[in-house]
Design a protein around this ligand. Structure first.
Ligand code: ASP
Length: 313
């Protein structure tokens, strides 16, 4: 069985906060990304190319906190993080703090395929983007009034926000919402891949990097176990080494994908107050989508004719 799973962020996503139009826009975005990635699998393409195809759609979509829809940093610019991992070879590529790159996941893939390195950051990553001919866009491309207003409301404070407007820290803690996009796939040959891309957190500063581009924290893939992409309060996912822990629980304790993800999300992350969730697949194409927050934008499609697009619990 081949399978594609995607997410568009987890957090306090409640039906009563949603308008029908906005809900439809999110569902449409998820659907489009799901079809794009699944088409690659259907044609016999690789898991790596499938997760990349899904992420490009989500990065180009203004509603999701990645690529075009990335949030503003303290300095009023977008700094994006992304990672991709190939479960067959354990090859990986990641970038952090890149600017003006239309599709950070393309750049991460270039790092994986065409550099001798795994993880590039800041100006060096941007120089590499130019050298590889990765598509760049002017600042205006990344500007959206919604993100700007969100940032303006907290830019003079020390608060950082997980992809929604928060005026006070208490409000932030009560009403955590996350952006970030991710995809995991099991292709027709049973090979796995994972990819994650994010603008990080609104008003982040000091070159803050989250879990998304860190192999083993927000992103991990290994044909022997699983492919995982996370979303949530990145600091806790880094400390929990969340995605690699799922793989370890499967490898060393023989837990199933579902059991391992449940342990990490609902026990280990919860102990750290780590809010969020993750999506995963194993080498048989089984999938799971688990979160400890009110909602997670998520979707799955497999070759057994199973397909779902969901937002709430
Ligand atoms: N995990 C991301 C980060 O901490 C945020 C998110 O998932 O929305 O950068």
């Amino acid at each position: 069985m081949y399978t594609l799973v995607i997410h568009g962020g987890a957090g306090t996503i409640l039906k009563e906060d949603m308008t029908p139009d906005l809900e439809k826009a999110y569902m449409d975005g998820l659907n489009q990304a799901l079809q794009a990635g699944f088409a690659v699998l259907e044609e016999g393409g690789t898991a790596v190319n499938a997760v990349k195809a899904s992420l490009v759609v989500l990065e180009d979509h203004v509603l999701f906190n990645a690529g075009r829809g990335a949030v503003f940093t303290k300095k009023g610019v977008q700094e994006m993080d992304a990672a991709i991992m190939d479960g067959q070879s354990l090859a990986a590529g990641a970038v952090a703090g890149v600017r003006n790159v239309r599709n950070p996941i393309e750049l991460a893939t270039e790092v994986m395929r065409n550099s001798n390195h795994v993880f590039l950051s800041g100006k060096g990553a941007n120089d590499f983007a130019i050298k590889q001919g990765v598509k760049l866009e002017p600042d205006e491309y990344f500007f959206s009034q919604f993100r700007y207003d969100q940032w303006k409301s907290i830019r003079d404070s020390d608060t950082y926000s997980l992809d929604h407007t928060h005026h006070h820290l208490e409000e932030l803690m009560r009403d955590k919402k996350f952006g970030t996009v991710g995809a995991v796939a099991c292709d027709q040959h049973g090979h796995l891949a994972a990819a994650t891309s994010t603008g990080g957190m609104t008003n982040k500063k000091y070159g803050r990097i989250g879990d998304s581009p860190m192999i083993g924290a927000g992103t991990y893939a290994n044909d022997a176990t699983c492919a995982i992409s996370c979303t949530g309060h990145g600091e806790m996912f880094i400390r929990a080494v969340a995605s690699y822990d799922v793989s370890c629980l499967m490898e060393y304790s023989q837990l199933s994908l579902q059991e391992a993800m449940d342990r990490v999300v609902n026990t280990k992350l919860k102990q750290l107050n780590g809010e969020g969730g993750m999506i995963g697949v194993d080498g048989k194409g089984n999938h799971a989508m688990i979160f400890n927050s009110a909602g997670m934008y998520r979707a799955v499609k497999n070759s057994d004719n199973f397909s779902q697009v969901l937002i709430y619990q």
